[in-house]
Write a protein that binds this ligand. Sequence first.
Ligand code: HAM
Length: 466
Amino acid sequence: MAKKKATKKSATKKSTTKNAVNAKKRATKRVKSEEQLVLQTVRGMRDILPGDQAYWQQIRKVFEKRATEYGFSRIDTPIIEFENIFTRPIGIGTDIVDNEMYSFRTKGGDKVALRPEMTASIARAYIQHGMMILPKPVKLFSIGPAYRYDRPQEGRYREFHQAEFDIFGEEDPILDAQVMQIAYRVLTSLGIKNIQFSVNSIGTTESRKDYLKLLKTYFRSKKNKLPSRYRDMIDTNPLRIFDAKDDKCIQVCAGAPQSIDHLDKDSRDHFKNLLEYLDELNLPYTIDPQLVRGLDYYTRTVFEISSNDENGKKHALGGGGRFDGLIEMFGGEPTPAIGFAFGVDRLIMEMKRVKAKKFKEQQPRVFLAQLGDLGKKKSLQLFADIEQAGILVAESFGRGSLQKQLRHANKLGVELTLIIGQQEALDETVIVKNMVTGTQETVARDKAITFVKKGLKQTVKLVKTK
Ligand code: HAM
């Protein structure tokens, strides 16, 4: 009896605790649900609206076409990686690592980050999946979003998109020239004009050591002329000072020793050969001895691609270079590599600016109108049948009167409109209205597709002879 009482007591206690926990959960939920909804994208992030999709489609199409032509295979890597996959190769002291990473700890305690770029992820995948055993060069292509917590402004977003081409396992500068040629061909296919490459060589990591010593000595001698926030970089990452847009920095940098004058023999020959290939390919380039790029993994060739507007303003569209040491840094065997990435958002801005021809979306040729419940039901299957026959068809299942639907069909510019009303649904027939001639005919449902195909052939002829 005493035991029974104790069990009952403990059960009551348990249920009281459970009730308290539930009450707390409800309260938390209430507070959460009372938080104001902000119906806006997070700063620096954007929706890609239907009106812009034709540009995206065109870009994807052009990239995929070029990738196949040049023998690149597509790779997609996750948006989240362990944080040090990025911090180590991109480097402490760079803007990306110091200020722009979206890093966080997972519930399991892993330190991860949203990818600020794709090259490090692709290099990780190259090693993880043993791609070193593939015949060289290994050519990989990727397209997708990347994240940098930078100050948003026109053309600079916190979520942006990159399209990337990388080649692993070959150090011949002909491949440096080839990736630049791909970049050029992509831009011309998109209708982007006045393309210009800036190119430089920053030597191997080894040969850069002496150059960096020289550079530090120079910047130390000019320390007082540099704005204070750049002074710390002299010892940590002096190359970054070249990236500064500050006038005082630009003046100091103008007199700084240049990497191109301090290359080892191999890097010098490599660069010379690259320039010869670029001349051979007739690619428009200028040598920019101060181009160093904002990521530490680069070696030897670095380049950027921009288009120039009528006022001579540069619109930066993409950049890349060699990263001969990256695979080795990750523990793989020495693997030279070269690649570049375009900022897709910027390509679209540029296509709009130069009024490049927009990807022409395929227009529907047939419209399916319906009336009444039975007509609506029947039109669902007819819609699927027309599509299966390879004919682009539009409908407005939600729209009311026949008049409204026909107005919509007219707006779309279709050649034929099919109508299923209550009577047609019962008779298993369809009305086919020729929107070019204005004539209409009732045909059996099971003959509708053949009739539509024939009708479309005739309208093509009619439109041509008009
Ligand atoms: P990156 O120069 O940092 O290089 O970025 C490449 C392109 O991405 C830029 O030229 C720009 O068009 C675009 N981009 C960068 N940040 C933003 C942003 N916040 N908003 C909009 N667009 C942006 C890299 O990321 C290297 N991983 C490229 C590479 C590939 N190097 C070798 N292989």
